[in-house]
Design a protein. Sequence first.
Length: 487
Amino acid sequence: MAESPAGTVFPATWEYSPAPESLKVEVPGSTKLFIGGQWVDPHSRRRFPSINPATEASLSQIAEGDAHDVDAAVAAARRAFKPWSKLPASERAKYLYRIARRIQERARELAVLETMDGGKPIRESRDVDVPLAAQHFFHHAGWCDKLRYAVPGGNPRPLGVCAQVIPWNFPLLMAAWKLAPALACGNTVVLKPAETTSLTAIRLAEILQECELPPGVVNIVTGAGATGKALVEHAGVDKVAFTGSTEVGKLIAKACAARGTRLTLELGGKSPNIIFADAAIDQAIEGIVQGIWFNQGHVCCAGSRLFVEESVLAEVTRKLELRMASLRVGDPLDKNTDIGAINSKGQLATILGYIDAGQKEGCTVCQPGAQALPAKGFWCRPTFFTGVQPSHVVAREEIFGPVLAVMSFRTPEEAITRANNTPYGLAAGVWTDKGSKVFDVARRLQAGVVWCNTYNQFDATSPFGGFKESGFGREGGVHGLAGYLAE
Ligand code: NAP
Ligand code: MG
């Protein structure tokens, strides 16, 4: 038995024998760019390392694309556009269907590679990221020859060449979210993965080759922020789709506005999770855990602000502390691991900076895990703050790590007002036993997604996207197609 700083006594965590994933995945020593169906060296000949954040070991040297490479990729996508967009829709569908099947066939390899490169637990990459990536291709394969039912007027036309820039938190899944609807609608693409997590996008390009996707329909240019900038500002691009920080999203919005380029943005969040006293508390605790510790909190829609009805605040914080003590932080390739490595040294420094700021502002920090953390790699114990005021930095700013701000409320009105008191509007959670309350509160929350008595559930048929500074446009479902079709 152990005692927490708050005085709660909780049993020691069960010890498990290690359950490492046994599949060994070959990683090439260096990578190339995928342009016009060919693997090419970057124009600059420069490469940068991609490391495993759980061990800090270098995995591969990634090709750094520059403006010349972006030019070549956009030209290849332009050449491929006419034949691809003129292909009978049912033929396009066959390619998407093949890609989906091949992702399923290579699922284990993709999951291991995703975990090695990004640090997320293998359980998540195996059970969430990779199956959902395949599902997005299956779902959109079905749309190819039914697009006239997706848009008013029934005359769907593709936009042309799409520039797509994605972040590091769901590398393969974000690539699938972007590519599948663009291709289904008859567009061609240049995709730029995030600097720290390029490997599964490169593996996906191999899959596209295996599926004999015509050259140039998808081009993958790896690189850093400058590569992304060259791509989204390229004059030959008809549409930009970006997922990442609000800060970079604003820069891209300006560049696109100047040229009149079509744009969709999926940006940051500070999503509220609201627990009413009549909720099934034990279930809600699991939802809170899902909401903030899933993928180490590297989730744009993470439920990072918890609002608890005052009468159950003590019970919720006690149970949260107990549940947190049982979460296992460590080797992401171990199937027992709940919380893997933080994606990069820089992101860890950001998260620790926020934990420090919260304490300096007078919030009470709780980090109940007792397990020793590995000596190498980037780790953060799940953390929550109590005694938080809405003005505190941990209640206002996106932390993008496993850090939760707990606050209380007395009436539904207060909960809604405080939940909406943020520049963001990506997601929200509502926990209550009363159906009428679910509908009333959900309707008044300014969030693109509202989960009721659950959290962080995703499906290719369901549109995802934000309000306010969380961006605009939707990805997934029929709504997501609109972003890739001419009006
Ligand atoms: P980020 O810095 O905005 O990066 C996102 C992508 O943009 C990366 O590929 C990045 O390249 C590239 N990039 C950087 N500067 C650029 C520029 N000036 N022009 C064009 N591209 C540029 O964000 P991040 O730190 O990778 O990701 C975390 C953020 O993404 C969080 O704020 C999170 O909320 C948000 N996010 C939102 C969603 C959503 O669906 N709404 C989903 C996931 C993440 P480098 O990798 O080389 O920097
Ligand atoms: Mg990496």
